[in-house]
Write a protein that binds this ligand. Structure first.
Ligand code: ADP
Length: 494
């Protein structure tokens, strides 16, 4: 069943596609630059005049308030000082003042002082108009804009206030300010803003492409590696990047790749083993079944014999399948050890119990030597029991006339050592190493037709190594063998 590749897997090149990080980020940056420049445009062109006028109005109001306070509040008015203050305010703020007593007794203008006077012409029309508004506003200050009579195209802003005093005649105070025409300034600003707009748009594109490239590149690399993984390359390495999120993604994918490779190894092992090992017993089952059909079917004695072979081979098959599965899973690292404190002597007692039946049936004698105290080790209960079972079943299977089997626990420093001693056929020195490998069976005499898969010791080895246990065998041909392992004893909690 061929599964289809997702579209993204082959097209990993990050062009500027409308859904890509690059495209989106570039668009967002351009949008940002546009909002920024449009705001700038509005402030510098459309609202420039308004802003300028309101700033000017504030300035005039402040100056008039200062002058009003000086005029109204002091019992003694030093006219020199007052004039000086007016001239200063006029110079600093580019203003022109005109003061008239409401009873017509005097007028003062800030241009009286020739050296500092402002160059604003007295605009009689302006004063009249402002006065009119002031009277109409019932004394509240007024602001107005007017075109001066003598300079037709220049605008002047007027701020007028009525000032009353307990000490002297009340006055009308007028402040005039020339308004610079904004037209030419706006033109210059517009030309500059055009350049700013172009530069900021280009910068936005550039920065967006750079940043998106930095983000998109590792993602593109990961996608490329993922497509290799999908094609079965489990060695592929996912590279992280400067970004935490992408790092985490790469880490997860690396973990996934390792796990996939484990199950792939398991699958390969199983396939190889199953096809290799199951063939023989299956052929036997088939041949004996055919024999019963063609030859021995009518001969009860022969038929039973053949049926027994079939049953035995079927049993062998089932052991084989279990062992192959266990070993493949262990070696592929699919099975994890569940380590916990285990009373190792009690665990062994449980296994030995199943063998007790052989004492009566087949004349075996089991000697079980234990230590009085409870000894705990850190182990996977079921797997360590499997090792004990394997050692014991070997001792039984490879025993000959002498059927004494000794199972012993003893302390070796801080370790507890478990051993199974038999007086069976023994193992030749040259085979002592290889028997721990899968499918290795001692080549020497005495194998005969003993049942076995050649996997028991390699399963035991795998389990013991995963426990970090020491293990070994001592044996001499014809005399028997001692299989042992030892594990550190857990300290009793105080
Ligand atoms: P098997 O299923 O063949 O017993 P094992 O992996 O358990 O597979 O053992 C591998 C080989 O080691 C056996 O085939 C046998 O030759 C040898 N062996 C294991 N235990 C003993 C023993 N107690 N006495 C003699 N030979 C043994």
């Amino acid at each position: 069943m061929a599964s289809e590749k997702p579209a993204g897997i082959t097209k990993v090149k990050s062009k500027l596609r409308s859904g890509s990080v690059r495209y989106k980020l570039t668009m967002y940056f351009i949008l940002f630059a546009m909002i920024f420049t449009v705001t700038l445009w509005l402030l510098q062109t459309v609202f420039l005049e308004n802003n300028y006028e309101s700033a000017m109005g504030d300035k005039m109001q402040l100056a008039v308030n200062l002058l009003s306070a000086s005029y109204a509040d002091l019992p003694e008015l030093d006219s020199e000082l007052f004039m000086q203050q007016m001239v200063n305010l006029s110079t600093e703020n580019d203003l022109y003042f005109y003061i008239e007593a409401r009873d017509g007794s005097f007028t003062i203008t800030s241009t009286d002082e020739a050296s500092t006077g402002r160059l604003y012409y007295y605009a009689k029309d302006g004063v009249d108009l402002a006065r009119e508004r002031l009277v109409a506003s019932e004394g509240k200050p007024v602001t107005l804009k007017l075109t001066t009579t003598d300079k037709a195209d220049s605008l002047t802003m007027v701020y007028a206030a009525k000032v009353e005093s307990r000490y002297r005649p009340s006055i009308h105070l007028f402040a005039f300010a020339p308004l610079t025409p904004m037209g030419p300034a706006v033109g210059i600003l517009a030309a500059q803003l055009l350049r700013v707009t172009v530069v900021s748009l280009l910068a936005a594109c550039g920065i967006a492409l750079y940043i998106s490239g930095r983000i998109a590149k590792p993602i593109t690399d990961i996608t490329r590696s993922a497509s290799r993984l999908a094609e079965g390359d489990y060695e592929v390495e996912f590279q992280g990047s400067a970004y935490d999120e992408i790092d985490e993604l790469a880490g997860t994918l690396n973990y996934t790749a390792r796990e996939l490779s484990k199950s792939e190894a398991l699958r390969r092992d199983l396939m190889a083993n199953v096809s290799h090992d199951l063939r023989t017993p299956l052929t036997m089952v088939k041949s004996y079944a055919e024999m019963i059909r063609d030859i021995s079917g009518d001969n009860p004695e022969k038929r039973d014999e053949h049926i027994n072979v079939i049953i035995r081979e079927a049993d062998r098959l089932s052991y084989l399948v279990n062992d192959i599965l266990a070993l493949s899973r262990l070696q592929a690292g699919v099975d994890v050890m569940r380590l916990e404190p285990v009373d190792i002597q009690q665990c062994a007692a449980g296994v030995i119990e199943t063998y007790q039946v052989l004492e009566e049936q087949d004349g075996f004698r089991f000697e079980f030597v234990t230590l009085p105290q409870t000894l705990m080790v850190n182990a996977d209960r079921h797997r360590i029991a499997q090792v004990i079972y394997n050692f014991l079943s070997n001792a039984v299977r490879y025993s000959e006339e002498s059927r004494d089997i000794k199972i012993e626990f003893e302390m070796e420093e801080s370790n507890i050592k478990f051993s199974v001693t038999d007086h069976g056929i023994g193992i030749a020195q040259e085979d002592l190493q290889s028997i721990w490998n899968r499918y290795e069976r001692a080549s020497s005499r005495g194998q005969r037709s003993r049942e076995g898969t050649g996997l028991g010791l390699s399963i035991s080895k795998e389990i013991l190594e995963r426990h970090g246990a020491k293990y070994g065998v001592k044996s001499s041909l014809g005399e028997g063998s001692v299989f042992w392992f030892s594990l550190p004893v857990l300290k009793e909690p105080a």
